[in-house]
Design a protein around this ligand. Structure first.
Ligand SMILES: NC(=O)c1ccc[n+]([C@@H]2O[C@H](COP(=O)([O-])OP(=O)(O)OC[C@H]3O[C@@H](n4cnc5c(N)ncnc54)[C@H](O)[C@@H]3O)[C@@H](O)[C@H]2O)c1
Ligand SMILES: [Zn+2]
Length: 369
């Protein structure tokens, strides 16, 4: 199984190759980008088995590579690691025409992408995502960033990769909890504008999470095609299309913030609970049917993802959670746009939401026991 999805951005267009085992055949794709020079590969400590596969494939094809292995975890997306990485890439003599390889999850992808956006005013890079979240979301679209004291992803740049290489079989080593969290972002695409894909998730999500290769391949291809379409329509998030990808994220970030952005609630878990809450709120506002909202919550529950405040373990007042939302970077000119739904696959951006209604809705939710 192999397929290629193109992100159409004129001169900055690039292919996304989805193919089980492609890591071992990666030289076919990377040798032309290396042009006989040494390739820098950046990864984290948990991904080193796949680094070995990648480096063996490159050296087998006569491509020299140099690995930079960073500590795993969100804290690696920092000024300190950015500075260290840029210095190291400069020491290696990386030039503008070179392509740095980001091998890892969204943390490595975001950090390396940003380093490459600013290194010599922009050098090339390739995304080789190794988590489900990175394969279906963060590796595509060119958003790069680090975290600072003021919040997550507040310093960054749009910088598109030259190529995205997705090997679904690397997910075999991913902890099940990380796989499930990434799956929430897969379901999100169905909820946004594709009710048939949500129905596919209901039927095949459990098989995907149990390791079914065909289900995994289909879901990644479908998700990536959706993301490519959205990015091509709104590369810099200016016309509202790309904002749809934030479905469940305003509620979700509030829960993540309440959990202190800790392992108590990882991003995809916040997104699952956040999507369920966005549909619950839409139903409470009379925008979508209670049946649709219940169906969304039921699917997340069924695959072991949180379906609301109680399952996410969040005990906080509506006012406190809304306060977290107010600090969201999507806040513009004092109003907070919300992604609401008129039904499954019918998400839209609503700029008229009254935060008092949101707080009252959250206060009415069951609390964790
Ligand atoms: N740029 C974007 O458009 C975008 C979109 C969504 C999320 N993000 C960012 O992505 C980050 C989250 O990404 P993530 O969920 O991939 O987190 P991550 O990169 O921290 O990876 C999760 C964990 O899995 C480990 N890991 C990665 N691949 C593995 C593998 N194949 N086998 C075993 N372990 C493996 C990592 O070491 C880490 O411990 C956040 O910083 C978020 O802001 C960016
Ligand atoms: Zn997300």
């Amino acid at each position: 199984m192999s397929n290629v999805v193109t992100v159409s951005l004129g001169a900055r267009s690039y292919p996304i190759v989805i193919e089980a085992g492609v890591l071992a055949r990666t030289a076919d794709h990377l040798a032309p980008l290396a042009r006989g020079r040494t390739m820098a590969i950046v990864t984290d400590e948990n991904v080193t088995p796949h680094l070995a596969t990648l480096q063996a494939a490159l050296s087998g094809a006569g491509v020299a590579s140099e690995a930079i292995v960073l500590p795993p975890g969100e804290t690696t997306k920092s000024w300190t690691h950015l500075a260290g990485l840029c210095d190291r890439l400069l020491e290696l003599g990386v030039e503008r025409g070179d392509h740095v390889v980001a091998l890892g999850g969204g943390v490595i992808g975001d950090l390396v992408g940003f380093a490459c956006a600013i290194l010599k005013r922009g050098c090339g890079f390739v995304q080789v995502p190794t988590t489900l979240l990175a394969q279906v979301d963060s590796s595509v679209g060119g958003k790069t960033a680090i975290n600072t004291r003021a919040g997550k992803n507040l310093i960054g740049a749009f910088h598109q990769p030259a190529l995205v290489l997705i090997d679904p079989s690397v997910l075999d080593t991913l902890p099940p909890r990380e796989l499930r969290a990434g799956y929430a972002e897969v379901v999100k695409y169905g909820l946004i504008d594709d009710a048939a894909f949500f129905a596919w998730c209901e039927a095949h999500g459990p098989a995907l999470l149990a390791g079914d290769a065909e289900a995994r391949h289909y879901a990644i291809g479908h998700a990536v095609a959706a993301k490519a379409r959205i990015v091509a329509a709104d590369e810099h998030e200016t016309n509202g299309t790309r904002a749809l990808l934030n479905l469940g994220h305003t509620f979700g970030h509030a829960l993540e913030a309440e959990a202190g952005f800790s392992q108590a609630l990882i991003h995809g878990e916040g997104v699952a609970a956040g999507c369920a809450l966005a549909f619950g709120f839409s139903a409470a506002q009379g925008l979508c049917s209670a049946e649709d909202a219940a169906r969304v919550a039921a699917h997340f529950r069924h695959v072991g993802l949180p379906d609301g405040l109680a399952a996410a373990g969040i005990a906080a007042s509506g006012a406190r959670l809304v306060d977290h939302m107010r600090h969201d970077k999507k806040m513009a000119a004092g109003t907070l746009p919300f992604l609401l739904a008129r039904g499954i696959g019918r998400t839209y951006l609503d700029k008229t939401v009254d935060l008092a209604d949101v707080a009252a809705f959250l206060d009415a939710q069951p609390q964790p026991r």
